[in-house]
Write a protein that binds this ligand. Structure first.
Ligand code: A2P
Length: 280
């Protein structure tokens, strides 16, 4: 494992790199191969995909081409809303593993909470873990109410909750709730989809450290104690996003970034996805 990225210990004992590589919207075999190879060579060891991304097959081929032992990388995938329900979840995860050319994933998440198959889907994840098809199980886009509801029937609780988090949506109460319940928070769209990089507070802090706004944001995630999965298809940015372990933000700078929170989501509101039973 790469030495600069800290390892976090999940509640079930599995180790996970705090920084990973996001694969949302990475499409085309050639682009995927280059992105995964560049990321691996730069030092990323966690690769985050999902059934919804429709790129698991491409990810599988790119991972094969790395030609490194299985325990040198960590793979996350997520069950799509359309595949929720006990048997559909089991079947879809087997299909994901087939596409990924893996015997197991390191982490399997429910992509969004939905009302219809809320407990059945989680029961399937518990059974998939028992069967060794995933090392850890968790959720994504769950709010406090969803986790509390899940706790009423779960045999084991998620070890990770992947949520939208960036400087415009700092999620302090959710992160505290997760931490209080031994759940690691992992930030998706950690860079705010790249749409907030010209924010003057971020650029000023970046100038003071000779770093880009993206690096300042990722360092803020790191020092907040959350895990995060930036994505890029550009070699220089893939490397740049890992060059955050040679500087630190002061408490005052952390406060400044925390102060940018506007409760602004680029993605969907989880409570609505729950009620509609689908993301769109
Ligand atoms: P690209 O893939 O063209 O580099 P998020 O992870 O928050 O969803 O943001 C991802 C977006 O941010 C992508 O559009 C990506 O574009 C862009 N991005 C990733 N890293 C950087 C960086 N270091 N500087 C500028 N833009 C970046």
């Amino acid at each position: 494992m790469n030495h600069s990225v800290p390892m976090l210990t999940l509640a079930d004992g599995q180790q996970m790199p705090q920084e990973g590589f996001g694969l949302y919207k990475v499409h085309g075999q050639a682009t995927m191969n280059t992105a995964v190879k560049t990321a691996y060579q730069a030092g990323y060891r966690l690769f985050d995909t999902a059934q919804l991304y429709k790129n698991e097959k491409e990810v599988g081929i790119a991972l094969q081409q790395l030609a490194v032992p299985r325990d040198h990388f960590f793979v996350t995938t997520k069950v799509a809303e359309v595949n929720q329900g006990y048997q559909r979840t089991i079947d879809s995860v087997k299909d994901s593993l087939h596409k990924l050319q893996l015997n197991y994933v390191n982490l399997l998440l429910i992509h969004w909470p939905t009302a219809k198959y809320f407990f059945d889907t989680w029961r399937a994840l518990e059974d998939l873990k028992q069967a060794g098809l995933t090392r850890s199980i968790g959720v994504s886009n769950y709010q406090m109410i969803h986790l509390q509801y899940l706790a009423t029937q779960a045999h084991e609780m998620p070890v990770l909750n992947q949520i939208e988090r960036h400087p415009l949506l700092s999620q302090a109460p959710m992160i505290k709730f997760d931490a209080d319940h031994q759940i690691i928070t992992q930030a998706w769209s950690p860079l705010g989809r790249g749409k907030i990089l010209d924010n003057p507070v971020l650029t000023a802090i970046g100038q003071a450290h000779h770093k880009s706004s993206a690096q300042v944001i990722l360092r803020w995630h790191l020092q907040s104690g959350v895990a995060f999965i930036p994505k890029s298809v550009h070699r220089d940015r893939i490397k740049q996003n890992l060059a955050i372990y040679d500087f630190s933000l002061s408490d005052q700078e952390m406060d400044q970034i925390n102060g940018l929170n506007e409760y602004h989501r680029f993605g969907k509101e989880p409570a609505l996805v729950y009620e509609y039973n689908k993301k769109w």
